[in-house]
Design a protein around this ligand. Structure first.
Ligand SMILES: [Zn+2]
Length: 123
């Protein structure tokens, strides 16, 4: 993610591809993979950024949302933040030698497809 110092990235691309394969082969129903709830969709709209690729289910524009996790975040743990804010919090905590985790999640506001793309440590 732009402007954020991260390490230990873990890609979830394989799992994403497997879910899409299962859907195309009929092993997963659309409502099982297009299940973004109100909170996820609202966070994508208000804090996310435009995804470079279209939705794999309905081809609509998608958003990528960054969620931050970690005890060191206090009240901010478990919230979605715009990239600039993740960078700011990262710099603030790095100055104290503390780290937290960021999850990049893609969300389609149209059909509610959502999937974890990558997790990484901000340091
Ligand atoms: Zn979609």
């Amino acid at each position: 993610m732009p402007g954020v110092r991260t390490k230990h990235p873990v890609s979830h691309a394989w799992e994403r591809a497997a879910h899409l394969r299962d859907f195309r082969d009929g092993r997963l129903q659309r409502d099982e993979i297009c299940d973004a709830d109100f909170l996820l969709r609202a966070a994508a709209t208000h804090h996310g950024v435009d995804s470079p690729r279209p939705c794999p289910i309905c081809a609509s524009p998608m958003r990528v949302t960054y969620w931050i996790f970690g005890d060191v975040l206090g009240r901010r743990a478990g919230s979605a933040r715009p990239p600039a804010e993740v960078a700011e919090i990262g710099a603030e905590l790095a100055a104290r030698g503390e780290e937290f985790t960021v999850h990049a999640v893609e969300v389609c506001p149209t059909c509610h497809w959502n999937h974890l793309l990558e997790t990484a440590t901000v340091y």
